[in-house]
Ligand binder design. Structure first.
Ligand SMILES: [Zn+2]
Ligand SMILES: [Zn+2]
Length: 197
């Protein structure tokens, strides 16, 4: 029964991230989004691949306004996540909290390669995209923003000591008696080599 209910609700969730163009008048159109991760296919794939675990809904505050011949979307997106440290393998809580700006141009019959005026808009945090029809769907923009903020090599702490390569002890909470000598020996050998020249 619950499954059927969830299925029936799904189109409603997805529609929440769409904005009708005619709703965007002279002042910014504001939208609050609070959507389960299931709404975002890219994020579901990241989670299935073990990149991270989402610990709550994706929340976003978005403002869309007209600017010259395009739409400017400004937003902030937040979602709690759980990551596994790349050094000590411990799971830890983190969060994505990112602001973004996107310029949306109406898709026209124009050839796609005629985009040379695009360069003048290229800020670091500014993405350029297109829309067509009478509404814009921000599902993909939101999920891309979140995906970009998920660290490729997560660290529970910048100073995480990691695991001992010999015995596997977590060096953040334990010490071990394994020798760290091999690294020093290598440097020693190199020094001798230079001296004998
Ligand atoms: Zn760690
Ligand atoms: Zn050890």
């Amino acid at each position: 029964m619950l499954c059927i209910l969830a299925f029936l609700c799904l189109p409603y969730w997805i529609d929440r991230v769409k904005i009708r163009i005619d709703h965007i008048k002279n002042k910014p159109y504001e939208l609050i989004v609070c959507e389960p991760v299931e709404t975002f296919p890219v994020l579901m794939r990241l989670q299935a691949d073990g990149e991270c675990t989402f610990r709550g809904p994706v929340q976003a505050e978005i403002a869309v306004e007209r600017e010259f011949d395009h739409l400017k979307v400004s937003g902030r997106v937040q979602v709690p996540i759980e990551l596994a440290c790349g050094r000590c393998l411990t799971s830890y809580q983190s969060a994505v909290d990112s602001t973004f700006r996107i310029i949306l141009r109406k898709e026209s019959a124009r050839q796609p390669e005629v985009v040379e005026d695009e360069t003048e808009l290229c800020d670091d945090d500014l993405i350029s995209s297109t829309y067509s029809g009478d509404e814009i769907d921000l599902t993909h923009e939101i999920e891309e923003q979140v995906a970009m903020e998920i660290p490729f090599k997560p660290l529970c702490d910048d100073d995480c000591k990691g695991l001992c390569p010999s015995c596997g002890a977590d060096l953040n909470s334990n010490s071990c008696s394994c020798s760290k000598e091999p690294i020093n020996l290598k440097f020693g050998a190199l020094k001798d080599f230079k001296i004998t020249r």
